[in-house]
Write a protein that binds this ligand. Structure first.
Ligand SMILES: NC(=O)c1ccc[n+]([C@@H]2O[C@H](COP(=O)([O-])OP(=O)(O)OC[C@H]3O[C@@H](n4cnc5c(N)ncnc54)[C@H](O)[C@@H]3O)[C@@H](O)[C@H]2O)c1
Ligand SMILES: O=C(O)C[C@H](O)C(=O)O
Length: 335
């Protein structure tokens, strides 16, 4: 048996965590022979609810769970942490301006970045889920200067998965027959769901570009695009709550692929928000969703893809939003 790894999940008394914790505990991310110590963080008023979650984790009798630590103190939650899912964030309340939301979250992710810097293993891998995820991730990473910047990522996998689902439905194939979609940019309504390089592997074995298989550019550039950009809002409208199970599944997919690797031939990729290295003309120092492959616990941005004029415009638009978010958030922090 391997020695246990320490996995921190923040927002542990919330909706996403209520699905995520149990998938992680069941071995779905780090493997069925990898024991875990769960380090669960939420705010003080939620400690009672978190105690209930802890009871349920215990009642599952997971073979892999060696210890459960529930806390409202980030310096306890990030002690020696190997992997962190930063789910907890301040939600937008009625009448709250975007600026106020950025400000509230900037403070949370500053505090957590500082705790990670002081307490976590230097090899920690961090996935930020709490919105605005890309900018929260940037703040957290900036406040943890002793940790390599490439150890921080934020989640665009839900957008990636939503694209696959929409395409498989349209083409009447299974989800695992769709490859190489790309969710570019911010996890927000400016994201750019791009199918220019995507393909479908038909049941006959034939491979066809998505654009040819769909044969309707108008649908790709309008209905499909807007549906993906607005999917989070559509779920909120229907559920009166934001996506939780699908977000938890996407968080597991993201961390699983980062740790265990994507396809060995490097021909298929996933979408992950990572610190831009300037690829595709995206300003360095912004967490932007790119196509990546992963191997030996490291991600690499897929290089050299051709970008047409339509894509360029959309990629620049979401970059503009991220640049503005960064400027605004950093004014609150005086970094
Ligand atoms: N990136 C994505 O694809 C994606 C998808 C869905 C939801 N989200 C975001 O994920 C976040 C969580 O969603 P949810 O549905 O679980 O929300 P939720 O409100 O059910 O749970 C959030 C939890 O975070 C806790 N929290 C708040 N501040 C905290 C802090 N400083 N430290 C630790 N915990 C704290 C809250 O007390 C609450 O228990 C939201 O910001 C949501 O918008 C992101
Ligand atoms: O929580 C939200 O605002 C929406 C969420 O990020 C989603 O994409 O479902």
């Amino acid at each position: 048996m391997n020695s246990p790894i320490r996995v921190c999940i923040t927002g542990a008394a919330g909706q996403i965590a209520y699905s995520l914790i149990f998938k992680v505990a069941n071995g779905e991310v780090f493997g069925i022979d990898q024991p875990l110590i769960l380090q669960l963080l939420d705010i003080t008023p939620m400690m009672g609810v978190l105690a209930g979650v802890e009871m349920e984790i215990r009642d599952c009798a997971f073979p892999l769970v060696q210890k459960i630590i529930c806390t409202d103190d980030p310096t306890v939650a990030f002690e020696e942490t190997d992997y962190a899912f930063l789910v907890g964030a301040r939600p937008r309340s009625q009448g709250m301006e975007r600026k106020d939301l950025l400000k509230a979250n900037a403070q949370i992710f500053k505090q957590q970045g500082e705790a990670i810097d002081k307490k976590a293993k230097k090899t920690i891998k961090v996935l930020v889920v709490g919105n605005p995820a890309n900018t929260n991730c940037l703040i957290c990473q900036t406040c943890a200067p002793s940790i390599p910047p490439e150890n921080f990522t934020s989640m665009s996998r839900l957008d990636h998965n939503r694209m696959i689902s929409q395409l498989s439905e349209r083409l009447n194939v299974n989800n695992d027959q769709i490859f190489n979609v790309i969710a570019w940019g911010n996890h927000s309504s400016t994201q750019y769901p791009d199918v220019s390089h995507a393909y479908v592997k038909k049941s006959s074995g034939e491979i066809q570009k998505i654009k040819e298989a769909v044969n309707d550019d108008n649908w790709i550039q309008n209905d499909f695009l807007v549906k993906n950009q607005q999917r989070g809002a559509e779920v909120i409208k229907a559920r009166k709550l934001s996506s939780a199970a699908s977000a938890a599944k996407a968080a597991c997919d993201h961390m699983h692929d980062w740790v265990q690797g994507t396809s060995k031939d490097k021909k298929t990729w996933v979408s992950m928000s990572v610190l831009s290295d300037g690829s595709y003309g995206i300003t360095k120092g912004i967490f932007y969703s790119f196509p990546v492959t992963c191997e030996d616990g490291k991600y690499s941005i897929v290089k050299g893809l051709e970008i047409d004029e339509f894509s360029r415009t959309k990629m620049d638009l979401t970059l503009k939003e991220l640049t503005e978010e960064k400027e605004e958030a950093f004014t609150f922090l005086k970094i």
